[in-house]
Write a protein that binds this ligand. Structure first.
Ligand code: FPP
Length: 231
């Protein structure tokens, strides 16, 4: 097998961590950090697609985030509503397909409707995909996929599980970035991330700008991907 790489990663996943600390460092509430983080989503989505990334998966709300204080959960849900009401329109105008991965049945009916409408409107776009993980947990995703196969009487294999994951239409992430200085995956794309390159930075999400994304892409370009083989 040839040494695989070294272009721009086609699919990038980002664990957007550090909003709370960013706000606390400024003497503000954590929700202020999420608001700044939400604005940063706009900037990074634009730059990612301009840089040649085809699919961008953003971890916006995990299955475990419901356990945060109600005020913070409400603030995050409010920001998501604003995002799908307003900011996403610009993204869709640029012919980006919106995909949301996670159990959206647990979201408020109006947020769920907004998401479904935007996914429907953009389903014909194939060049770029913005995939947002909301009420998402990788373990839950794997359990769901396996149960579905069993229920359908299908054989459980590495490939059949892959085909039942949310990411089946656009494939596995080449690069997973985590901002905010922690070195873990926090239940994000555990199955499809088996051979992803990982990039960790101390930069807090609201400060993760175009230059920081360029650094992550550069780092990826210098990796030698072997997919478990000797080359
Ligand atoms: C982690 O920071 C971040 C989150 C749990 C939420 C991420 C959400 C956004 C960036 C805004 C909404 C998203 C979209 C797509 C509009 P943290 O609160 O755990 O930070 P900390 O580690 O400093 O406490």
């Amino acid at each position: 097998m040839e040494e695989v790489n070294s272009g721009v990663p086609a699919h990038v996943g980002i664990i957007m961590d550090g909003n709370g600390r960013w706000a606390q460092m400024r003497g503000k509430k954590r929700s202020f950090g999420h608001s700044a983080g939400s604005k940063n989503v706009d900037r990074i989505v634009t730059h990612a697609f301009n840089s040649g990334i085809k699919t961008l998966t953003l971890y916006a709300f995990s299955s475990e985030n419901w356990a945060r204080p109600k005020e913070e959960v409400d603030a995050l849900m409010h920001l998501l509503k604003i995002y799908f009401n307003k900011f996403i329109k610009k993204v869709l105008k640029n012919k980006v397909r919106l995909s949301v991965m996670g159990d959206i049945d647990m979201l408020s009916p109006d947020l769920k409707e907004l998401i479904i409408a935007d996914m429907e409107k953009s389903k014909g776009f194939t060049e770029h995909t913005l995939n947002i993980a909301i009420n998402y947990g990788a373990r839950q995703e794997i359990v769901y996929a396996v149960n579905k196969l069993i229920k359908n009487g299908e054989e459980v294999t590495v490939d059949s599980i892959s085909k039942e994951l949310y990411t089946a239409p656009f494939g596995e992430p080449d690069l997973i970035i985590r901002t905010g200085g922690e070195y873990r995956l926090s239940n994000f794309m555990l199955y499809q991330g088996a051979y992803s390159e990982l990039y960790f930075t101390d930069v807090l999400w609201p400060d993760f700008d175009e230059t920081e994304l360029d650094k992550a892409i550069e780092s990826f370009k210098n990796r030698k991907r072997r997919f478990g083989k000797v080359i």
